[in-house]
Design a protein around this ligand. Structure first.
Ligand SMILES: Nc1nc2c(ncn2[C@@H]2O[C@H](COP(=O)(O)OP(=O)(O)O)[C@@H](O)[C@H]2O)c(=O)[nH]1
Ligand SMILES: Nc1ncnc2c1ncn2[C@@H]1O[C@H](COP(=O)(O)OP(=O)(O)O)[C@@H](O)[C@H]1O
Length: 195
């Protein structure tokens, strides 16, 4: 048999319920795996302290966001947690993939489903909590939402957890480093063991 062709770099979509650690795992990858291109989403929400426009998100107003959607510039877009709009700019993702880069999209379930429609060959990874109780602990421990908002997010989280089977693979975020490294391996990024 001939040697197998090298795995073609592909687009990986990471989704999972609120507070499972998507942002934390993505931040670990940003820091330790510069060869991974993290897609920078556009959002109508306000920047938080420490967030940099163009690095963490493209912060845009609702009119600009609507313009990008109607011009067909978004690969997917959704209103998340009933509040702000988020979307993945199509051109930067496709350009990076064309250049052979490993592209990671950290998006919500609605967005993941849209990408699956338009790009069924992308790789879909579900980030799961070690347990429901731990998910609640992380959400409450993060302390960024009111009790009412936490309740709303937990209701959505129940629905999102039920969608796990729509994904190609599940990674349990028990330990950030372990989960991030499992994700990078899953993406096919050639890696040497790191200290
Ligand atoms: N559909 C979609 N969801 C996104 C996108 N970017 C971020 N999200 C999701 O939006 C949610 C809110 O993210 P963020 O505002 O950073 O706050 P978080 O609640 O602290 O994670 C998370 O579930 C993200 O996965 C995007 O481009 N498209
Ligand atoms: N593996 C982990 N073990 C313990 N705590 C974690 C882990 N991953 C993330 N966290 C914590 O859980 C909370 C939610 O993580 P975050 O990345 O904001 O979630 P998401 O982006 O999925 O909403 C944060 O306080 C974060 O520090």
């Amino acid at each position: 048999m001939s040697e197998s062709a090298p795995t073609r770099p592909r687009i990986t979509v990471l989704a999972g319920p609120t507070a499972v650690g998507k942002g934390t795992v993505s931040a670990y990858i940003r820091e330790h795996y510069p060869e991974v291109e993290l897609s920078v989403s556009a959002t109508t929400r306000d920047p938080r302290p420490g967030e940099v426009d163009g690095v963490h998100y493209h912060f845009v107003g609702p009119e600009r966001f609507a313009q990008m959607v109607s011009a067909g510039d978004m690969l997917e877009s959704a209103v998340v947690h009933g509040r702000n709009s988020y979307g993945t700019p199509r051109s930067t993702v496709l350009k990076a993939a064309d250049e052979g880069k490993y592209v990671l999209l950290e998006i919500d379930l609605q967005g993941a489903r849209q990408v699956k429609e338009s790009m069924p060959d992308a790789h879909f990874v579900f980030l799961a909590p070690p347990s429901w109780d731990e998910l609640v602990r992380r959400l409450v421990g993060r302390g960024t939402e009111s009790a009412e908002e936490q309740q709303r997010r937990l209701e959505t989280a129940r629905i999102e957890l039920a969608a796990e089977s729509e994904f190609d693979v599940t990674i349990v975020n028990d330990d950030v480093r372990r989960a991030a490294e499992a994700l990078v391996r899953e993406m096919g990024v050639p890696t040497a063991p790191r200290a």
